[in-house]
Design a protein around this ligand. Sequence first.
Ligand SMILES: Nc1nc2c(c(=O)[nH]1)N[C@H]1C(S)=C(S)[C@@H](COP(=O)(O)OP(=O)(O)OC[C@H]3O[C@@H](n4cnc5c(=O)[nH]c(N)nc54)[C@H](O)[C@@H]3O)O[C@H]1N2
Ligand SMILES: Nc1nc2c(c(=O)[nH]1)N[C@H]1C(S)=C(S)[C@@H](COP(=O)(O)OP(=O)(O)OC[C@H]3O[C@@H](n4cnc5c(=O)[nH]c(N)nc54)[C@H](O)[C@@H]3O)O[C@H]1N2
Ligand SMILES: [Mo]
Length: 756
Amino acid sequence: MSFTSLHWGAYRPQVVDGKLDAMVPVEWDSDPSPIGASIPGAITSPTRIMRPAVRRSYLAEPGSHPERRGQEPFVEVSWEVALDLVARELKRVKTEHGNQAIFGGSYGWGSAGRFHHAQSQLHRFLNLFGGYVFSMDSYSLGAGRVLMPHIVGNMDWLLAAHTSWQNLAQHCELFVAFGGLPAKNAQTSPGGASEHLLSRALENMSEAGVQFVNVSPLREDLVGPTNNQWLSVRPGSDTALMMALAYVLVSEGLHNEDFIRRYTVGYERFRQYLLGHVDGQPKDPLWAQTLTDIPAPQIIDLARRMARQRTMINIAYSLQRAVHGEQPFWMTVTLAALLGQIGLPGGGFGLGYGCMNNTGSGRKAFSGPRFSQGVNPVKDFIPVARVTDMLLNPGAPFDYNGKRMHYPDIRLVYWAGGNIFHHHQDLNRLLEAWKRPQTLIVHEQFWTAQAKYSDIVLPATTALERNDIGSSASDRFMIAMQQAIKPVGESRDDYWILAQVAERLGFGESFTEGRDAEAWLRFTYDESRGRAQEQGIELPDYDTFWRDGLFEITYPDTDTVLLKAFREDPEANPLPTPSGRIEIFCERIASFGYADCPGHPVWLDKPVAQYPLQLLSNQPKTRLHSQYDHGAYSRSSKIRQREPLTLNTADAHARGIVDGDVVKVFNERGAFLAGAIVSDGIRQGVVQIATGAWFDPLVNGERNSLDKHGNPNMITADVGSSSLSQGCSAQTASVDIVKWDQALPPVTAFEPPSMT
Ligand SMILES: Nc1nc2c(c(=O)[nH]1)N[C@H]1C(S)=C(S)[C@@H](COP(=O)(O)OP(=O)(O)OC[C@H]3O[C@@H](n4cnc5c(=O)[nH]c(N)nc54)[C@H](O)[C@@H]3O)O[C@H]1N2
Ligand SMILES: Nc1nc2c(c(=O)[nH]1)N[C@H]1C(S)=C(S)[C@@H](COP(=O)(O)OP(=O)(O)OC[C@H]3O[C@@H](n4cnc5c(=O)[nH]c(N)nc54)[C@H](O)[C@@H]3O)O[C@H]1N2
Ligand SMILES: [Mo]
């Protein structure tokens, strides 16, 4: 029986009479993800896109009536017609406006599998076509990815080198987790998570006596360890809390002067600020208490414990997915530098333990075969989360990482492997922007909002309908993803689709290099063997790998300690920062002159909240983003068809809301419905809803229409985290809630659009 790899685990697909019957988790995974159970029912459901389809007016006249997107019926067409149309439009836009009028940012996770990675496929295609406007960074780590290279080193390098769980179990005494270590998130890793590590890691650490502190508005962000304190912090205030911890260390002389002198630059500037010599405000525990709601004595106590013990300070990505998102990351590094345990076993800092399965595996970052994307001749790009700004304001200037840039003028948008109506903020604003391009093309598997709001929709296969290679950086196994079922409907692989269009545009041969998908698998695998060897990994030959169905990678060393070499000899192993050291004050960032991200960590006031409740829209437990929201597991979690929203007992009581009620969540940007869960596991004044409920407006295409299903991006703010990074700041949002006592509109998100 063969295997497959999904972003949330490895499974054996069970097929009965050509139909996918079950997804059985692999036997070696002691903590498999239940998300796999969603696939069998969903993959052939009515939500599946069966044939190429074109929006009615668009088919009659390409480019016409963009305002009807999402509202008018589609017409199913043959592949020939659809592919000809795509090729003709690409050619027209290129001729009339140039390649810099094509946006192929196409952000999104797509499916696991190294070859059929939708975004890579599209990027290669567009590069060979003469280029496209691309998107930088990610929604995940917008602020972090831009900040970290200035102050320590780039995120990919750091993530791959995190101190291992094994090392933490042996040496860590106190694990302070800002944003917790949510078990729900460690289900996934981009590319695959063939063995889930977090629950066992927490067990081992707990048995070894490690004490945990869960600094989070949600209790369930860290469950399991015996010694586990919950500090229910006000969201967005962690920087102040960390500053007060730093203040205690400095004022009580508990900080490590030697470490600061040898391994960092700019401490003195920061110290002046911390002690209040710059703005008259010492960042002391009483100051922080008013901002964080954590009592000053608890802050003092925690700081002393941190100084006394071998301490790991971890921060979840979500804290930087906010206005001024650089600050909590910068402060995490600064606080760890003051403790002086960076580079020592069990101590220092972590950026996202618990966010992804593989962080902390201790294994080298070997990520397997690569499908070459080539080189993009177009140099225009946007920070990924500025997509609406770009479409609304062509030519307008914006700041990014020390550069003054201008938004390109986009006429054609091509997407494969993402769902912008899931991932982007302020969907009402996006709906306006979405009317601007002349042509929107998408490859999709399911009738997501991204598909429904496109002009040309091409049905893509799922990972179970094609052969591929499953491999994720640091994963234990490489997996031969052998096709389990026939392509559903008329769906085709992204590769096949793009090869057909490339053929029509005259660069078929350079896109395929004469290879079909099978030949590419073998070619990219063989190519990866050399890279594996450099990492001390011996891969078997392709035929052996494919016959065995998987390969267990023997990694050379699993007892990793982050920045160990730097600590041992900072002169021989400098950091890739301008100073070669950790930059507590960063001349380069300071030279950019950004008020919203100056030269050292600062506490910056948040935008004034207009509504009484803070909204957290975090990652879903029952799916990956919006993927398989229409599957059985995700649907089983809904309340009267709506996405569950957790609110504090006191907040619910004050509004006459009880468990199981449908509520309307609203602010100045819009509103959505959700199903209430009343709980003491969330701090007062905060409400939490997972992202990923499929966009389901009461009236299609209309601004301020109510989302019936629970998509929080109806009301999140579409503003950059700062001038430095312009990242997604979804976590900075205030709302109010009322009980919904009108008739309940049915959820129609999973219904295909009407066809004529
Ligand atoms: N409010 C709020 N918003 C957020 C976040 C948040 O915390 N709060 N988090 C953000 C983060 S971190 C992220 S990473 C983004 C995620 O945003 P996305 O990555 O865009 O979300 P997905 O639901 O994974 O979208 C992937 C889409 O690709 C399709 N797909 C899968 N496989 C294939 C394939 O082989 N070919 C093709 N053509 N299509 C395929 C799926 O059907 C699905 O619709 O969301 C961001 N948005
Ligand atoms: N099952 C599942 N796992 C996933 C994903 C998924 O969609 N489904 N998505 C994956 C992706 S793409 C990414 S980028 C990672 C994202 O990893 P994260 O961004 O870290 O994930 P979140 O769930 O948004 O946030 C983690 C927790 O941080 C807490 N939190 C939010 N704001 C604050 C704050 O201001 N202060 C403090 N102290 N805590 C706060 C929330 O309670 C939340 O539960 O997750 C990955 N894991
Ligand atoms: Mo992400």
